[in-house]
Design a protein around this ligand. Structure first.
Ligand SMILES: [Zn+2]
Ligand SMILES: [Zn+2]
Length: 161
């Protein structure tokens, strides 16, 4: 049994039901950050036609912290919080290149600790902290950046800092 199945078993014990469609939503989000429209498109491609309950199911996944939402490039994106151990809702930084809207993640708990430990917050208890960094690859011509795999942030992908 893989980790994902183990997790689902845990959730079932807590009476959190991962229905077929919820499972399909989790599958399409694997390794990606998608808008609601992109989730719809991917589900349709995967053969799901009855999409009337997608919103409700995403709400359910949000409520149980299986998925988190994050504004990137002005649009709400959904992101799995369960794809790796270090990857919970607040532990990773999203970086996006404005030229091609690539989104990558950097795990750097130090940065989060620095913000949480800042004297400004000494009388404040932080329970949610999201970081989105938007920018461009300054050393590339825009056209280079648009090519697959050329964008600078691709090289930062999943780099443990
Ligand atoms: Zn993410
Ligand atoms: Zn770029």
């Amino acid at each position: 049994m893989d980790d994902r199945e183990k997790l689902f078993q845990e959730l079932r014990k807590q009476n959190i039901r991962i229905t077929k469609q919820r499972r399909a939503i989790i599958d399409v989000l694997e390794g990606k950050h998608l808008t609601i429209q992109e989730i719809y498109n991917d589900l349709r491609k995967a053969g799901y036609n009855n999409l009337g309950t997608v919103y409700n199911n995403i709400d359910f996944l949000l409520e149980h912290k299986i998925v988190t939402q994050i504004f990137i490039n002005g649009k709400k994106h959904f992101d799995l919080t369960i794809d790796e151990e270090s990857h919970n809702a607040d532990s990773h930084i999203h970086v996006t290149c404005k030229v091609n809207n690539n989104i990558i993640e950097i795990n750097d708990s130090n940065l989060f600790d620095q913000i949480k430990g800042n004297p400004i917050f000494k009388d404040f208890s932080i329970n949610k902290l999201q970081l989105v960094v938007e920018g461009t690859c300054s050393h590339y011509e825009k056209e280079t950046c648009k090519k697959d795999g050329a964008c600078f942030i691709k090289r930062l992908n999943n780099r443990a800092v």
